[in-house]
Design a protein around this ligand. Sequence first.
Ligand SMILES: *Cc1c(COP(=O)(O)O)cnc(C)c1O
Length: 405
Amino acid sequence: MLERARILDEGDPLKGFRERFLVPEGVIYLDGNSLGCLPKATPHRLAEVVQGEWGEGLIRSWNSADWITLPQRVGAKIAPLIGAQPHEVIACDSVSVNLYKLISAALPMRPGRKTVLSEPGNFPTDVYMIEGLEKQGLAERRLAPRERLFEALDEDVALLLLTHAHYKTGELFDMVELTRAAHDAGALVLWDLSHSGGALPVDLSDCNADFAVGCGYKYLNGGPGAPAYAFVAGRLQAEVAQPLSGWMGHARPFAFSDDYAPAPGVDRLLCGTPGILGLAALEVGVDLIAEIGVERLHAKSQALSEFFRQCLSESGVELELVSPTDPAQRGSQLSFRHTEAYAICQALIARGVIGDFRDPDILRFGFASAYLRFEDMAEAARHVAEVLETGEWQREEFRQRAAVT
Ligand SMILES: *Cc1c(COP(=O)(O)O)cnc(C)c1O
């Protein structure tokens, strides 16, 4: 296996990019879908921003270092990764906060309708944010399993909110088909791209999407708690009114008027002062992903995950796969079900193979292909086989649940 892996690595067109990231010695990192690795250029860029722009430039840097347009600039760089126009994306706040803004904006655009439709088991924050708006009396939450979504799209639905690649299983929705179905039913659509932006090709324009949000710290390698991004289709921007009417989303923030007037375009999604350090780090991650190219990253991640499955099978590992077997039907991850998934995950982490556990019984491996090698797949599969064979996961220390799993 290792020999075959090394041949594959030799022929890998992305092999040179691994050294652009800090991948700790002795670690096989299969969790880039949760927190991407650190680009080596980031510490230098942050030092520049902290020492030079903040330390020396102080308040002048809002203009001289162009801090004031950083949310737009980073948004415009994310745009081509998700099939959007530069003026349709802005980097700001967290995914959760952007969900709040966009769900709230969508509801009044469909007068007489209050239902926000999603699926049970969607990422928690997505369904919680709908619930919060329900408690305010502004929305009604409806959850329908994915095979029932089409019939659940009735005349009460104002907005369909779905996550493109499911965080647990990696299962993909057909964005074209569902967006069309929602539009046919008179509803708007909001796509959560947290597990697909920067990992696989997404084409918001092609599917005629209305709104989208996505995460900066997963496949975009923006660092822990990096700013998220939000997309509003150009054709809808003038109609969008979001409730977090902070001064940075004002048409003229520095006119200090008593009355709110939204900025034209996607800028109106801004609320408070943007976190410049976070945006500066995110920009480095986005530049690097754009340089490598999402098509190539996706092709390699499919090859890596298929090779990983092959190595597992050749090592005699029989784990129940909950992700689609067809790589075209899943995001850049493989998830397996095991009643002892938590302890197995901990035993693997102790060996330097970092994947993650998703309650209650999912062992999840992400394939952020910018910095992974086929050799890592062969080695990780060997560790999985050994952990299962030796039963070392049964050790007490691997059963203690940590605060963050
Ligand atoms: C990671 C993730 C989020 C993260 O939301 P934050 O508010 O940025 O913490 C949201 N939605 C999905 C589908 C995710 O995978």
